[in-house]
Design a protein around this ligand. Structure first.
Ligand SMILES: *Cc1c(COP(=O)(O)O)cnc(C)c1O
Length: 807
C-alpha cells in the first residue's frame, strides 16, 4: 500500500492493537515507540532483501568495515528521515495526539562506542547506504557497551549501560549464519604433502551468532547491513562448560567495550574480543564469497575489508589462515589476495594508542594467528633485506622486543593506509610512519573525516533546517555542499535574523533541558560555550577550566572588561574508567561549577554546566544551541575531530588551535570567521626537538597563570584538594605535557576577541552563516565516495530508483 498519512494512521492503530491490544490513549510511550519501530522495520525489510539480492546478481564488490566501536545513537528518527517518512509520520501521530519527539526519547542510544572512532564508523554506515554503495559493518554486540556515567559528589561513577533491557527492535538474530571461533589451546602442523595441516589441542570453541541491523539509505531504496556478533556456548561443547566461571568467560567476551586493561586478564580479554569479531566476520564473508562461485584467487576483486584503527588488525592473519590452512592456497597467492582485500585507517599518533601485544598474550589467545604473524614478519624482513638499512627494517617489522605491533601488521598487510585529516596524514608520512612511507609511498593517502548532515542538521536542528529551506531551497538535504548557496545571503538581514532566531529557540530548548537535568537556570542571553568530547589531557578541557577560573576571579576582584559577555560553559565528557588524571579533571570541573553557579556575586555572568553521560542523543540536544565550539587540543594531537564539523554546521563559531580538521575548517571559512590561537604543530615539534619547554617558568613568571593555578591548591576551589594538587603538579612539576600554560595567554586573548565579536550581533550572525554554509563541505557522503573510489574500488548499483517505502 502506498504510504500516506491516512493509511499510516490506520496501520499504526492496527499494529498497536495487534501487538498490545491497546488503544492509542491507553498506550505508554514505550509501547508507542515499539509499535512505530515495528512498522518502520516491516516496511524496509523487503528493500533490505532486494538490496542484498541485487548486489549478488550484479556480482558487486562488497566492503566490510571492521570496527571495535559503532556509535549509531538512536535509529528511529534516522530511519524515518531516510525512508522519507519523517514529516508525514510526525503529522499523522499529531492527529492521534502523539508527540513523535516524545516517543523518540524512549529509545536508548546504541552506545557501542567510546567517541569519534565509533561515531565515524556509524556515519560511514549511513553514508555507504545513502550513496547506494555495497558496504557493511562488522563488530561486536556488547551487552553493556560503554558505561553509563553519573556524577556523585562531583566524581564520575560508572554504571552498566543496560541498553538491551527493554528490547532492541532494530536487530535480527540470525542463528543460521552462526560460525565457530577458536580461542586458545595449542597448535602444531602436520605435513600433508602439498600443505601443512594445523592440528589444534584444547582450544576453546565459541559460537558466534550474528545480529543484523538494517542501515537504510537516504531516499534511495538501498538497505545495507551492520552485523554485530554475540558469543555463546556451542551446543556440542555444553559438556565442557561446567563451572559458572567457564560460562562467565564466554559472556565476558561480549560484555563490555574496552575491558579494564590495567591487569593482564583484562588485556587478554581485549585481544580475545578483537580476534572474536575478526574471525567471525571473515569466516562469514568467505562463506558468502563462495556463493559467487569464483576462484579464491579472485577474492580481492569481490571483497574489501577495512581495518578501522588497529583493533581489527588480526584480519590480515585470519584471512591468511583461512586461505592457506582451509583453502590450501600457496602462501604467495594468499598474501597477494590478502593485501588486495585489506585497507587500513590510522586514527591517532598518540603513542599509547598504537596497539602493541606481547607475544605471550597473542600465543595464549590464538596460537595459530601468532604463527602466521611470525611468518609474515619473517618474510617481510627477508624481502626487505638488502633494499633498506638494517635499522629501518627493525623499525618497520611487525614483531620487535617480543611485541606484536598492530599498526605495522596493518600497513604491511594492506594496500592502503590513510590518515583522517590533511595535517594528520602529513604527520604520518613525515614522522610517525615515515619509514613505511619511504617503503610504500603509493599506499598512503588522506581521507578527511566527515559527518552526516542528516543526523546533525536535519534531525537535530529542524528549526535551522526550516530557515535553510526557505532561504536556499531544499537541495542541501540531498547534497550538503549546496549549503554554500547561503553565502549569497550574508547581507540579507531577514535570513540573518531567522538564523539567529533558530539559534535562540534551540538555546531555550537546551536551557529547559539543563534545568530539568541539573536544576541550573541559565540565561539564553549568554554565550553558550560548548566543549563536548572524551575527557583526555590532550584535548585540554583543563585549558577551558583555567579560563573559567580566571573569569571567576576577575569578577570577584571587580576586574571585568567593559565588553564582557555573560557565558554558559557546557561540558559533556566521559573519562576512561582507569584514567585517574581525566577523572581528577572531571571532579574539578564539577567543583568549579558548584562554586560559580552558587555565588550570588556571579549571578548570570557565568554558569558552568557539566551534563552527565555524554552520548550521541545528548550531543543532538547540545549542538544546535551552541554559540561557541571549543576545539582546543594541542596542535598535532587531534587527528581530525568531528564535533568541530557538527558544531560549525549548526552555526557555532569555532575557537581552535591549528590541529586536525580545524585547519581545513579555517581554510574554508577564512581567518575572519574562526578564532585561531595557540602553538602551531611546528612550534610544538620545535619544543620537542630542543627540549626547551619549562612549564614552571610560566607559573613563576606569569602573575595571571599563578593566580589561576593557585586557586586549585589554596582552597579557593572547594572540595578538590587532592585532585587540584594532582592537576597543579602535572602543570608545574611534571612539565605540562600538553603545553596548557604555554597556550593560556593566547587562549585568554582570543576569548576576549570572542566577547568583542559577540557584542556586534549582526556581525556574529554573519560569521555564523558562513560557518553553516561551509559545514556541508564535511559531509561523510563525500568522504565515503572518496574511500569508494580511491581505496575500495566499489561503485553504486546502477539504475537504482529513488525508493519510496510503501506500507
Ligand atoms: C562526534 C562525537 C564524538 C567526537 O567528538 P570529537 O570532539 O571530535 O572528539 C564523540 N562522542 C560523540 C557522542 C559524538 O557524537
Amino acid at each position: 500500500m502506498d504510504f500516506n498519512k491516512e493509511v499510516f494512521k490506520e496501520k499504526f492503530k492496527n499494529r498497536l492493537d495487534e501487538k498490545y491490544a491497546l488503544d492509542v490513549k491507553d498506550a505508554t510511550p514505550q509501547e508507542l515507540y515499539l509499535t512505530l519501530s515495528s512498522i518502520v522495520r516491516s516496511s524496509y525489510s523487503r528493500y533490505w532483501r532486494k538490496t542484498w539480492k541485487k548486489y549478488m546478481e550484479d556480482g558487486k564488490k562488497q566492503i566490510y568495515y571492521f570496527s571495535i566501536e559503532f556509535l549509531p545513537g538512536r535509529l528511529l528518527m534516522s530511519n524515518l528521515l531516510n525512508m522519507g517518512w519523517l514529516e508525514t509520520v510526525r503529522d499523522a501521530l499529531k492527529d492521534l495526539d502523539i508527540d513523535l519527539d516524545e516517543i523518540a526519547e524512549v529509545e536508548k542510544d546504541m552506545a557501542l562506542g567510546n567517541g569519534g572512532l565509533g561515531r565515524l564508523a556509524s556515519a560511514f554506515m549511513d553514508s555507504l547506504a545513502s550513496d547506494g554503495l555495497p558496504g557493511n559493518g562488522n563488530g561486536i554486540r556488547y551487552r553493556y557497551g560503554l558505561f553509563k556515567q553519573k556524577f556523585i559528589d562531583g566524581y564520575q561513577i560508572e554504571l552498566p549501560n543496560e541498553w538491551l533491557d527493554s528490547g532492541n527492535p532494530w536487530e535480527i538474530r540470525r542463528e543460521s549464519k552462526s560460525v565457530t571461533v577458536r580461542l586458545g589451546g595449542k597448535v602444531y602442523l602436520v605435513d600433508r604433502g602439498n600443505y601443512l595441516e594445523p592440528v589444534y589441542e584444547d582450544a576453546q570453541l565459541i559460537k558466534a551468532v550474528p545480529y543484523d541491523t538494517a542501515i537504510v539509505g537516504y531516499k534511495n531504496g538501498t538497505v545495507n547491513t551492520m552485523r554485530l556478533w554475540d558469543a555463546e556456548i556451542p551446543s556440542s561443547e555444553e559438556a565442557k562448560y561446567r563451572t559458572i566461571e567457564q560460562r562467565r568467560e564466554v559472556e565476558d567476551l561480549v560484555s563490555v567495550l574496552y575491558p579494564d586493561d590495567s591487569k593482564e586478564s583484562g588485556r587478554i580479554l581485549r585481544l580475545k574480543q578483537e580476534y572474536f569479531f575478526v574471525s567471525a566476520g571473515i569466516q562469514s564473508i568467505v562463506r558468502h564469497f563462495k556463493k559467487y562461485n569464483k576462484s579464491m584467487n579472485k577474492i580481492g576483486e569481490y571483497i574489501g575489508i577495512h581495518i578501522n584503527d588497529t583493533h581489527p588488525a588480526m584480519s590480515v592473519a585470519e584471512l591468511m589462515r583461512i586461505l592457506v590452512d582451509e583453502e590450501h592456497m600457496s602462501w604467495d597467492d594468499a598474501w597477494k589476495q590478502t593485501v588486495a582485500v585489506m585497507s587500513y585507517t590510522n586514527h591517532t599518533i598518540m603513542a599509547e594508542a598504537l596497539e602493541k601485544w606481547p607475544v605471550h598474550i597473542m600465543q595464549q589467545v590464538q596460537p595459530r594467528i601468532l604463527q602466521i604473524i611470525q611468518e609474515i614478519d619473517r618474510r617481510f624482513v627477508e624481502e626487505k633485506q638488502g633494499k633498506y638499512a638494517r635499522d629501518m627494517i627493525e623499525r618497520t617489522r611487525i614483531i620487535k622486543d617480543n611485541q606484536v605491533r598492530m599498526a605495522n601488521l596493518s600497513i604491511i598487510g594492506s594496500h592502503s593506509t590513510n590518515g583522517v585529516a590533511k595535517l594528520h596524514t602529513e604527520l604520518l608520512k613525515d614522522d610517525v610512519l615515515h619509514d613505511f612511507y619511504v617503503m610504500y609511498p603509493e599506499r598512503f593517502n588522506n581521507k578527511t573525516n566527515g559527518i552526516t548532515d542528516r543526523r546533525w542538521l536535519q534531525i537535530a536542528n529542524p528549526e535551522l533546517s526550516k530557515v535553510l529551506d526557505k532561504a536556499i531551497g531544499t537541495e542541501w538535504r540531498q547534497d550538503p555542499t549546496k549549503l554554500q548557496k547561503l553565502l549569497k545571503h550574508q547581507n540579507d538581514n531577514k535570513v540573518l535574523n531567522q538564523i539567529a532566531n533558530a539559534k535562540l529557540k534551540n538555546k531555550e530548548r537546551l536551557a529547559k533541558f539543563i534545568e530539568k537535568e541539573t536544576g541550573i537556570k541559565v540565561s539564553t542571553d549568554a554565550i553558550f560555550d560548548v566543549q563536548i568530547k572524551r575527557l583526555h589531557a590532550y584535548k585540554r578541557q583543563l585549558l577551558k577550566l583555567m579560563h573559567i577560573v580566571k573569569l571567576y576571579l576577575d569578577i570577584k576582584q571587580g576586574k571585568v572588561a567593559s565588553d564582557f559577555q555573560p557565558r554558559v560553559f557546557i561540558f559533556g565528557a566521559k573519562a576512561a574508567p582507569s584514567y585517574y588524571y581525566a577523572k581528577a579533571i572531571i571532579k574539578c570541573i564539577n567543583e568549579v561549577a558548584n562554586m560559580v553557579n552558587n555565588d550570588p556575586e556571579i549571578g548570570d555572568k557565568l554558569k558552568v554546566v557539566f551534563l552527565e553521560d555524554y552520548r550521541v542523543s545528548l550531543a543532538e540536544k547540545i549542538i544546535p544551541a551552541a554559540n561557541i565550539s571549543e576545539q582546543i587540543s594541542l596542535a598535532s594531537k587531534e587527528a581530525s575531530g568531528t564535533s568541530n564539523m557538527k558544531l560549525m554546521l549548526n552555526g557555532a563559531l569555532t575557537v581552535a588551535t591549528l590541529d586536525g580538521a580545524n585547519i581545513e575548517i579555517k581554510d574554508y571559512v577564512g581567518e575572519d570567521n574562526i578564532f585561531i590561537f595557540g602553538l602551531t604543530k611546528d612550534e610544538v615539534y620545535d619544543y620537542y626537538n630542543n627540549g626547551n619547554y619549562h612549564s614552571y617558568d610560566y607559573y613563576n613568571n606569569h602573575e595571571e597563570i599563578r593566580r589561576v593555578l593557585n586557586a586549585f591548591v589554596d582552597g579557593t576551589i572547594p572540595n578538590c584538594q587532592a585532585e587540584g594538587q594532582e592537576i597543579f603538579d602535572s602543570l608545574t612539576k611534571y612539565n605540562d605535557e600538553y603545553f596548557v600554560l604555554r597556550d593560556f595567554e593566547s587562549y585568554v586573548n582570543i576569548q576576549e576577541m570572542v566577547d568583542r565579536t559577540y557584542s556586534n550581533k549582526r556581525h556574529w550572525n554573519q560569521m555564523s552563516l558562513v560557518n553553516i554554509a561551509y559545514g556541508g563541505m564535511f559531509s561523510s557522503d563525500d568522504t565515503i565516495k572518496r574511500y569508494a573510489e580511491d581505496i575500495w574500488n566499489i561503485s553504486p548499483l546502477k539504475d537504482e530508483k529513488h525508493g519510496t517505502y510503501s506500507l
